[in-house]
Design a protein around this ligand. Structure first.
Ligand code: SF4
Length: 495
């Protein structure tokens, strides 16, 4: 998996399947509606919310402008504090690095903090191929993993599941990979969370190695930051001896002070909280405290490609809050699986083509069209990513990528014919003369009883090939004499 689920159909056909699932639509409408209301509530409390959004976008844009310098500074700061920094060009390199570190310690299992970057590179599958089990410890990720399912939301990967379904997954699957769920487990949220807590606790205490991502990486201090709500991340980041963090290169921020803006924007936009319940920061190795071996894998995997796209590079500002998913009318109806990627919704519709490139596969090329362009995503985005503009630009890129490959559509044929006609004055004159003849014939026919109510004449009432198109529209009658013919006949209108 490299950001797109292997074998997924293009969005229109996947969406059609999803729309037929009434349970899925009910689950999604309930969940997104609840998160939307929470977000609106806490964002409404902040008087300078717009100023914060502008500041967040500015910090990210300035960082991206000098990304190379900030990354080198980050590497220097991390190394000075005992961490080992690795650079990975793509998913395969990053997964191999993590697998090699695990193999060098002889571990056959790792515990994981919820991380979009590791999902993007398909780390769990790559580790499994080397005989290493990767246990997800975030509650929603655990539900997805136990159910052998795919994530469908950035923040709430199991948003498509309701409580009854989760109970069934826990009862059926937990015992196969560790401590089983209680026989009398109900679908009360506290009981479900309790079963997950007991199941995970033995894995936390046993694991020798953890894998995380990072929400932010501070260049000046070499500090990685993870924010979360459950405390599972804190367990992974502190208990095992070895910690490997896979961090997208766009996660870097220059200074500790820059974090201030994002730690206000992110919790309100994502979980609808005023602050994250757990904010963990770590910088290299501290003897006798926490992991004694820290690795950081700085991941490109298409980010430099996105950076080169003048319109699309703003997508690298994304802090993965998922607010755009929760307001999107398309996402709310289809859910995340239809996007065929770990990055669904509006941000997925632009990020996947930007990371992979357009014209690569049909599924990715279909994503920029998975939007009504209503603009709700732009309005809620805490870092002001103008998703509709990027979508329109990507659509143009998709069209360009396939130009000449497919039989042209009637619209394209008409446009080409128009371009050919307008290309030479003689051709244009001939077309004008022909349309004049056509207009006179039409005029005669309409005077024979084919006049529209109100006396308007329209080709739509004429038996010509355009009648289907024009049955719902009035097509203006071409003039019987073109302007150029009139100019020539009257020598410029002189009496
Ligand atoms: S695009 Fe904006 S709203 Fe959507 S996940 Fe990223 S930061 Fe959040």
């Amino acid at each position: 998996m490299t950001g797109t689920f292997v074998g997924m159909p293009a969005f229109p056909s996947a969406a059609r399947t999803a729309l037929a699932d009434t349970q899925l639509r009910a689950n999604l409408a309930h969940a997104t509606g609840t998160i939307r209301a929470k977000r609106a509530n806490v964002v409404g409390e902040v008087e300078d919310w717009e100023e914060l959004r502008v500041a967040g976008a500015a910090v990210k844009d300035n960082t991206l402008l000098h990304l190379d310098e900030h990354l080198l500074r980050l590497e220097e700061s991390l190394t000075a504090q005992g961490a080992t920094v690795h650079w990975a060009r793509d998913a395969a390199e990053a997964s191999a690095l993590v697998g090699d570190i695990a193999a060098s310690h002889g571990v056959d299992e790792v515990v994981k903090v919820k991380s979009m970057a590791t999902q993007e590179i398909g780390l769990n599958e790559a580790l499994a191929a080397r005989g290493i089990a990767a246990w997800e410890t975030d509650l929603a990720e655990l539900i997805v993993q136990l159910g052998d399912d795919l994530p469908s939301h950035i923040l709430v990967p199991a948003i498509h599941r309701n409580r009854a379904e989760i109970r069934e997954v826990f009862r059926r699957e937990m015992g196969k990979v560790g401590r089983a769920a209680p026989d009398d487990l109900t679908d009360v949220p506290a009981e479900l969370a309790g079963a997950a807590r007991l199941h995970l606790r033995e894995k936390f205490l046993r694991a020798k190695m953890a894998v995380s991502g990072a929400n932010f990486a501070v260049a000046e201090t070499g500090t990685l930051v993870v924010v979360e709500s459950e405390g599972n991340g804190r367990m992974c980041l502190t208990l095992p001896d070895v910690l490997v963090s896979v961090v997208g290169i766009e996660k870097v921020v220059p200074t500790w002070a820059d974090l201030d803006v994002f730690l206000q924007l992110l919790p309100r936009s994502s979980t609808g909280e005023r602050m994250n319940p757990y904010t963990s920061t770590w910088s290299g190795v501290t003897p006798g405290d926490g992991p004694q071996e820290v690795h950081v894998v700085l991941l490109d995997n298409g980010r430099t490609r996105a950076l080169a796209d003048e319109v699309g590079r703003q997508a690298l500002r994304c802090i993965r809050c998922s607010a755009c998913l929760n307001v999107c009318p398309v996402y709310e109806r289809t859910g995340g699986h239809a996007y065929g990627s770990v990055y669904p919704g509006p941000i997925g519709a632009i990020l996947n083509p930007l990371l992979k490139g357009v014209g690569v596969d049909e599924q990715t090329d279909s994503l920029p069209y998975a939007s009504s362009l209503c603009g709700a995503c732009y309005e809620v985005c805490p870092v002001r990513i103008d998703i509709p503009s990027v979508l329109v630009d990507l659509r143009a890129q998709v069209v360009d990528a396939h130009r000449g490959q497919r039989p042209p559509k009637p619209e394209a044929v008409a446009m080409r014919a128009a371009a050919w006609t307008f290309g030479r004055s003689g051709r244009l004159g001939a077309a004008e003369r022909a349309s004049g003849v056509f207009a006179r014939v039409s005029d005669r026919l309409s005077r024979d009883g084919r006049t529209l109510p109100g006396g308007r004449r329209a080709l739509g009432r004429l038996p010509w090939p355009g009648s289907l198109w024009s049955s719902a529209r009035d097509l203006p009658m071409p003039p019987t004499e073109s302007f150029r013919a009139w100019w020539k006949r009257t020598a410029g209108g002189r009496p």
